[in-house]
Write a protein that binds this ligand. Structure first.
Ligand SMILES: Nc1nc2c(ncn2[C@@H]2O[C@H](COP(=O)(O)OP(=O)(O)OP(=O)(O)O)[C@@H](O)[C@H]2O)c(=O)[nH]1
Ligand SMILES: [Mg+2]
Length: 242
């Protein structure tokens, strides 16, 4: 007999046009949690994706069960920030894992996050592409330079003490995430970074875990000049206000 820990992990999976990625990510998540004998639920927050992601999610729910796959669809594309808030409201776990549904974040890293969290009873464990053991695959030079540049400028201006600020693959204690997200005002790419800045402000402990990030498997990327300008504006706002 194996005994299960009282901890429960709620994965928040916001989706917008991820019908091709969703079956693989759900399969890998379920496999990872089962193999490691962990309590889990996956909350899919789909914003009425035109590609019919929700229909796929419903089929997956039928396969994996309603206790493991929770559907919390919304009527339109309302953005990632509010998707997380909505997800937290619906989460029953005491730990929350935030990740992208496009296979850029691999579920196999989750047991490492959990192990790390337990080592120091950390409030947050954040996946980092920019510490030893981490990396990025499938990005062209422009995208790599943008990401590096974004982190470099943020580090210079805000000294957060975390090496990968714009990544979004993280494990949080639920109460900690609730407090941080309440205080976070940014939208767009700067949002993930502000969460880390707020965490430091509140004095939460943050550990880093190396991750390898691969470019999305299916679907289109949206990083353009507007996102970069939005990021720089948001950074300036934080720099002058925090
Ligand atoms: N519910 C919801 N999910 C979203 C929204 N925007 C993006 N997502 C999802 O959030 C995750 C991260 O978004 P991505 O589009 O992968 O953003 P990114 O990784 O910065 O950019 P690319 O992967 O290069 O396109 C993915 O799972 C998306 O499907 C939204 O407005 N609402
Ligand atoms: Mg992505």
């Amino acid at each position: 007999m194996t005994s299960q820990s009282p901890n429960k992990y709620s994965v928040l999976l916001p989706t917008y046009n991820e019908r091709d990625n969703l079956p693989i990510i759900i399969w890998l998540l379920a496999k990872t949690f089962q193999e490691n004998n962990l309590n889990y639920e996956i909350i899919i927050i789909d914003d009425n994706s035109p590609d019919g992601t929700l229909e796929v999610a419903k089929q997956l729910q039928a396969v994996y069960g309603e206790e493991h796959i929770i559907l919390r669809p919304r009527s339109g594309k309302l953005g990632l920030g509010t998707a997380y808030v909505y997800g937290i409201e619906n989460a029953t776990g005491n730990y929350i894992i935030i990740m992208d549904a496009d296979m850029s974040h691999h579920p196999k890293e989750i047991p490492n996050f959990i192990k790390k969290q337990k080592e120091g009873n950390y409030d947050i464990v954040t996946g980092s592409r920019y510490i030893s053991g981490g990396g990025v695959y499938g990005w062209d030079l422009r995208r790599k330079l943008t990401s590096r540049g974004a982190n470099f400028i943020a580090d210079l201006m805000l000294r957060p003490g975390v090496s990968d600020l714009t990544g979004s693959f993280r494990l949080y204690k639920k109460s900690v995430l609730q407090q941080i997200i309440k205080a976070t005002v940014s939208k767009g790419y700067v949002f993930q970074m502000e969460m880390m800045i707020r965490a430091r402000q509140f004095g939460f402990s943050v550990a880093e875990c190396p991750i390898t990030f691969v470019d999305r498997v299916y679907g289109e990327s949206k990083l353009g000049t507007n996102e970069i300008i939005g990021y720089l504006k948001g950074l300036w706002m934080l720099f002058t206000s925090v």
